[in-house]
Design a protein. Structure first.
Length: 441
C-alpha cells in the first residue's frame, strides 16, 4: 500500500477564509490526504491567503520564503485564496517553487487540480474570475469546532467600495439556494451543533435563487431549526440592511443579540468618496432600528482611518459617531492602498504618521466607550456558552449571545464541557471582556 499523502494548511484573514479552509480540508481528506500539523511533516503545503491590506498580503510571501527549502525534499506548495486570485500567475514568477495557485471561486475544481500536481504538473491554476456563477458547496466540510459552525449563504461581492479588493478576489455575488442552506443547518443540528454563523461578504444582499425567502426569512428559518440555540450572521452592508432583520431578531429568540454593521467613516463626504452608497444619517437610521429592538442588541463596526481626502473635520465626524452609536466593539484599520481599486489613484493621501495618530485617537475613544458599556453588565445573569478552559487563570471561557467573552468560575467540582450553556452572573467588567460566576441551578 502506498504511504498516505499528507497536507498542511495555514489560514490567514477573515471568517470566510477560515470556513473555506474547512471545506478545502474536507475535500482533501476525501481525496485521500491526511492533515498534518507542520510544514515539515507534509507532502503538500497550502497557504490560504488574505489581501485585504498590504500587511496581510506580505505574510504569505514571508511564509513561502521561510519554507522554500522544503521544495528540494519533494514537497509541493499551493497558494489559495485572495492573494492567489489577485496575483495569479505572477506568484510563479515571485516564488517559482509554488505548484498551485487558486482563488476561492475555483475550489470546486480542487480535486482535479490535485491530480495534476500528483502527476507532476508544476504550474496549476484555478483563477476563475468574475465570470463564474458557481458556489463551493461540499458535504465534506471538516468543521474545527463541534458546537459552533459556519454556513456560507452568499459568495463574492458586487459592491465595489473604492478601497476594497474583495470584488476582484472573490468574484461576483452569488447566493446559495435557501433549501441547501437549511439542509446544511439541519445536518449540523443533527450532529450536535447548537450555534450557526451565516457567512457572506454581504449577507444582506442575499437573494435566494429559488425566490423562496428573503435574508431575514432565511435567518428566522435557520433560527427555528430544532436544536439550534444561537444564530449569528456576518458581515452586513448598511445599504442593504433592512428593518425586517431587526423584526426577525425580535421574533426569534435564537437569533443572537448582536449586529456587526461596518460604517467605515462617520463623514457623509468620505462615505461618498468610498462609494458606500449611504450617508451618515441613513446609517444612523439603521442604528435607530437596532436600538429600538425588544432586546438590547450589541453593535460592532469596522472603520478605516486616513482614507484619501479624509480631513481632520471628517475624522472628527467619525469620532463623534462613535459617541453617538456607543458600539461594543470597533475593528479599526489604517487605510491601505490595494491593487486594482479606484482609491489607489485618488489624490490627497493622508501621511502614514497621521493615519497612525487618527487610529490611536479612535481606539482610545472607543476603549472608554466600551469600559462604560461593559460595566452595564455588572450584576446581570447572562446565558453563556462554554468555549474552553483557561487553566492559567483557573477560569472557564464563555461567550454571551451579544458575542462578549465572559470568563467565569463555578462552585461545581467538575468544570462544564465546551458547548454547554449555563447562566453566569457578571461580577467584574473590563473594556473587552467580562468576569463572572456560574449560577447554581
Ligand atoms: N485598507 C484598510 N482597511 C480595509 N478594509 C477593507 N479594505 C481596506 C483597505 N484597503 C477594512 C474594512 C472592512 C474590513 C474587513 O477591512 O473596514 O470592513
Ligand atoms: Fe481577506 Fe477579504 Fe479575502 Fe477575507 S475576503 S481573506 S478579508 S481579502
Amino acid at each position: 500500500m502506498a504511504p498516505q499523502k499528507t497536507f498542511y494548511i495555514e489560514t490567514f484573514g477573515c471568517q470566510m477564509n477560515v470556513h473555506d479552509s474547512e471545506k478545502v480540508i474536507g475535500t482533501l481528506e476525501q481525496q485521500g490526504y491526511a492533515r498534518v500539523e507542520t510544514e515539515d511533516a507534509a507532502d503538500l503545503i497550502l497557504y490560504n491567503t488574505c489581501s485585504i491590506r498590504d500587511k496581510a498580503e506580505q505574510k504569505v510571501f514571508h511564509r513561502l520564503n521561510d519554507y522554500k527549502a522544503l521544495y528540494k525534499q519533494g514537497k509541493r506548495f499551493g497558494v489559495l485564496g485572495c492573494v492567489a486570485q489577485q496575483e495569479g500567475e505572477r506568484i510563479f514568477e515571485r516564488a517559482p517553487f509554488v505548484s498551485l495557485v487558486s482563488g476561492s471561486a475555483s475550489y470546486r475544481r480542487l480535486p482535479e487540480m490535485l491530480v495534476q500536481i500528483e502527476q507532476g504538473a508544476t504550474r496549476v491554476t484555478g483563477l476563475d474570475d468574475r465570470q463564474t456563477s458557481e458556489t463551493f458547496e461540499t458535504e465534506f466540510t471538516a468543521r474545527s469546532n463541534p458546537h459552533r459552525g459556519y454556513i456560507t449563504i452568499i459568495e463574492g461581492c458586487d459592491k465595489f467600495c473604492a478601497y476594497c479588493v474583495v470584488p476582484y478576489t472573490r468574484g461576483k455575488e452569488r447566493s446559495r439556494r435557501s433549501a441547501s442552506v437549511l439542509a446544511e443547518a439541519r445536518r449540523m443540528a443533527d450532529s450536535g451543533f447548537t450555534e450557526i454563523q451565516l457567512l457572506g461578504q454581504n449577507v444582506n444582499s442575499y437573494r435566494d435563487p429559488d425566490r423562496l425567502c428573503t435574508f431575514a426569512e432565511l435567518l428566522a428559518a435557520v433560527g427555528q431549526v430544532p436544536g439550534i440555540r444561537r444564530v449569528r450572521f456576518t458581515t452586513s452592508h448598511p445599504r442593504d440592511f433592512t428593518r425586517d432583520i431587526v423584526d426577525a431578531i425580535d421574533a426569534v429568540p435564537s437569533l443572537c443579540d448582536h449586529v456587526h454593521l461596518p460604517v467605515q467613516s462617520g463623514s457623509s463626504r468620505v462615505l461618498h468618496l468610498m462609494a458606500r452608497e449611504y450617508t451618515r444619517d441613513q446609517y444612523l437610521e439603521r442604528i435607530a432600528w437596532i436600538k429600538a429592538a425588544k432586546r438590547p442588541i450589541s453593535m460592532t463596526t469596522d472603520i478605516i482611518a486616513g482614507f484619501p481626502g479624509e480631513t481632520p473635520q471628517d475624522f472628527e465626524a467619525t469620532i463623534d459617531l462613535l459617541s453617538e452609536v456607543q458600539y461594543d466593539g470597533v475593528f479599526a484599520f489604517k487605510y491601505s492602498p490595494r491593487p486594482n481599486t479606484p482609491s489607489l489613484s485618488m489624490p490627497d493621501s493622508v501621511p502614514e504618521e497621521e493615519k497612525s495618530r487618527r487610529l490611536q485617537i479612535l481606539l482610545d475613544r472607543q476603549r472608554e466607550i466600551q469600559r462604560v458599556n461593559y460595566e452595564k453588565h455588572l450584576g446581570q445573569v447572562l446565558e453563556t456558552m462554554v468555549e474552553g478552559l483557561n487553566p492559567a487563570r483557573a477560569q472557564i471561557i464563555g461567550r454571551t449571545s451579544q458575542n462578549k467573552t465572559l470568563n467565569f468560575t463555578t462552585s461545581q467540582p467538575i468544570a462544564p464541557a465546551p458547548g454547554v450553556y449555563l447562566p453566569v452572573r457578571v461580577t467584574k467588567a473590563f473594556p473587552n471582556s467580562l468576569v463572572g460566576e456560574a449560577v447554581v441551578q
